[in-house]
Design a protein around this ligand. Structure first.
Ligand SMILES: [Fe+2]
Ligand SMILES: [Fe+2]
Length: 468
């Protein structure tokens, strides 16, 4: 572990001078990007952050006060496995690829660039949120997520610099040049161009969009390209905290709304400064549908190619499946045919995006069950739900058609008419924004959200997580 190097790493960077020089050249550009596009206004504050200092299951997470620009962004891979094999696809059982196989070079680069692009994008989307935090605890969690997304960018850039030569370096530069929401140089995936400018958006994003990250990284953690698999395995340990922030954040908002509903049973929780359940539901609908798009088309020749090549597997490929070839078998898909919903049999390998999306939906449902339990605990009978997977899609089989929240095919006009009941309106967004007043006294919390059940790493909620 070369922790105190300029670029902390466990890949023996100092033995590979060419790679080390390339990364050291990229480092100042990264810091410029972080300075311009990272969290606004708090760069010189001490934040109680965890830093990756070791990949071992014991104590990789080291907690201390750090100023964000001094965070030890580094390159950490899970240790290699002896005799690692390609775990699925046409080359199943052959030795894992330690270098990029020529015939898969373009596919692999595209996978890595697409994943890499999401990391800085989310930091850009969240850059102003520190100014409106509901508590110091939440502010700290935001910054923790931000620095780790920065590290995830490093992880992907390491692969580009280390394994793709000149075009990898160009791609690494381009990752710092695109900007979330910029019409001239947008980020690659649309969820990462949507504004995330209030805390209800932030919790929804970390619940639903970071969770897409979990499933993409899990599929890549199975990869036969071993450096990618090892990188993604370690990223997943960080990702868990991001989803925790979203899941518990939404749970706390829901609980607080339920408490306010009981205080004012005849009225709108707005009178008491809470966020109505229907607005929370609309934010769920918005981020869930955009996050579903991230899995790609329902019927996809790319998914088949990536699987055949041993580059991208299924969720828990080794644990959950016995047939790792998957060249036979089919998947029944609902498609739109002649203006009606119909079913179609699709070869399994062409349906793997949809298979992964299905795993994701199951995981999201568990979140909904937890929030609904919070409602039940507070004695409120209303419930939240996930919209149908066909609702409000911009990618794949359902894009270009209109569906209601239950997944019924409707006309474009009917969708336009129903839209304001299903998705956040400008007024909804303005109302939520009107509540976003910063609360930065240790132990205090905004009125629209309940405090967390516990603090971070044994510290109480009242702990001074950020020194302002
Ligand atoms: Fe990430
Ligand atoms: Fe994340």
């Amino acid at each position: 572990m070369n922790l105190y190097d300029r670029i902390p790493n466990n890949v023996n960077l100092n033995e590979d001078k060419r790679l080390q020089r390339a990364l050291e050249k990229w480092l100042p550009n990264y810091l410029d990007w972080w300075h311009d596009m990272g969290p606004d206004g708090f760069q010189d504050r001490d934040v109680w952050l965890r830093t990756a200092i070791d990949v071992g299951s014991e104590g990789w997470a080291h907690f201390d006060y750090v100023k964000m620009p001094d965070y030890r962004w580094g390159i950490f891979l899970e240790p290699p496995q002896a005799n690692a094999k390609v775990g699925f696809g046409d080359n199943y059982g052959e030795p894992a690829y330690q270098e990029v196989p020529g015939e898969f070079r373009n596919s692999l680069r595209r996978i890595i660039v697409t994943q890499g692009d999401t990391e800085p994008a989310s930091v850009e989307q969240q850059r102003l949120l520190g100014h409106t935090c509901p508590s110091l605890y939440d502010m700290r969690n935001l910054f923790q997520v931000n620095v780790e997304e920065g590290r995830h960018l490093w992880a992907m850039v390491y692969l580009l610099h280390g394994y793709f030569g000149r075009d990898g370096r160009d791609e690494a530069d381009a990752l710092l040049e695109r900007r979330s929401g910029n019409p001239d140089k947008p980020r690659i995936l649309e969820a990462f161009n949507q504004p995330c400018d209030d805390w209800l958006n932030f919790y929804s994003f970390t619940m639903f969009t970071d969770r897409d990250g979990k499933y993409q990284l899990s599929a890549l953690a199975e990869s036969g390209f071993e450096p990618l698999a090892r990188t993604c395995k370690f990223m997943l340990t960080e990702e868990a905290h991001h989803m925790f922030v979203g899941d518990t954040g939404l749970s706390r908002v829901v609980r607080r709304t339920a408490q306010l509903m009981k205080q004012n049973p005849n009225g709108d929780v707005r009178e008491l400064g809470g966020i109505p359940l229907e607005i929370i539901q609309k934010y769920i609908n918005f981020w869930f549908s955009y996050s579903l798009d991230l899995f790609g088309g329902e019927i996809s020749s790319n998914s088949a190619d990536f699987f055949a090549a041993g580059l991208k597997g299924r969720f828990k490929e080794q644990e959950q499946y016995t047939d790792h070839i998957a060249s036979e078998g089919s998947f029944t898909m609902t498609v739109v045919e002649n203006g009606k919903l119909a079913t179609r049999e699709v070869p399994l390998r062409n349906a793997l995006n949809e298979v992964l999306r299905g795993e994701y939906v199951k995981d999201c449902e568990k979140g909904l069950a937890r929030w609904n339990k919070a409602l039940a605990d507070e004695g409120v009978s209303d419930r939240l739900y996930l919209p149908n997977i066909r609702f409000h899609r911009h990618v794949g089989e359902y894009a270009g058609h209109s569906f209601d929240i239950e997944g019924n095919l409707i006309s474009k006009e009917e969708f336009e008419k129903g839209k304001s009941q299903w998705l956040p309106s400008i007024e909804d967004r303005e109302y939520v924004r009107s509540l976003m007043k910063p609360v930065t006294e240790p132990g205090k919390i905004a009125n629209w959200i309940a405090p967390p059940a516990a603090g971070i790493k044994g510290k109480p909620f009242e702990f001074e997580y950020v020194r302002l």
